[in-house]
Design a protein around this ligand. Structure first.
Ligand SMILES: [Cu+2]
Length: 148
């Protein structure tokens, strides 16, 4: 009886370990909706009134997590008033310029290398031309490609 309980316990433990182990599923297609977000910052002025002191931009969502081997489809939109663009240089992904107020592009690629890959705006700031914004260098995010 004692041996039976021991074997039953070991079998249960094996089932639990298998259930908790990371899934090794087949590569799949993962789709994302990404856009250039904007946050307006308000602060109290010297007169005590609230005033806008800045606008900050970043990609939303700022982090994408996928598995190595997955096909990644990213639909990128630009709802902002200036031109922006999306690029993942390490993967050779680049939308080119996205027109203000609704420019969009879809990129697709296979995440064939694991690691952390930065994505960014590909349109350097030019205030007079209405391209990007002064906080261009902060318009970054990260693609995390998990090894299987
Ligand atoms: Cu930009």
């Amino acid at each position: 009886m004692r041996n039976f309980l021991l074997l039953a316990s070991l079998a249960l433990l094996a089932v639990l370990v298998a259930a908790c182990a990371p899934a090794t599923s087949a590569p799949k297609t993962q789709s994302f909706e990404l856009f250039m977000g904007e946050q307006i910052t308000i602060a109290e002025s010297e007169t005590g009134e609230d005033e806008e002191v800045g606008e900050f931009h970043r990609w939303e969502p700022p982090v994408l997590v996928v598995n190595k081997g997955d096909t990644i489809v990213i639909h990128v939109t630009n709802p902002r008033k200036n031109v922006h663009g999306f690029a993942i240089p390490d993967y050779g992904v680049n939308t080119g310029p996205l027109e203000p107020r609704g420019g969009e592009e879809t990129v697709q690629f296979v995440a064939d290398r694991a690691g952390v890959f930065k994505f960014a705006c590909n349109q350097p700031w030019d205030g007079e031309a209405g391209i990007c914004n002064i906080d261009h260098d902060f318009m970054v995010g990260y693609l995390l490609v998990l090894d299987r």
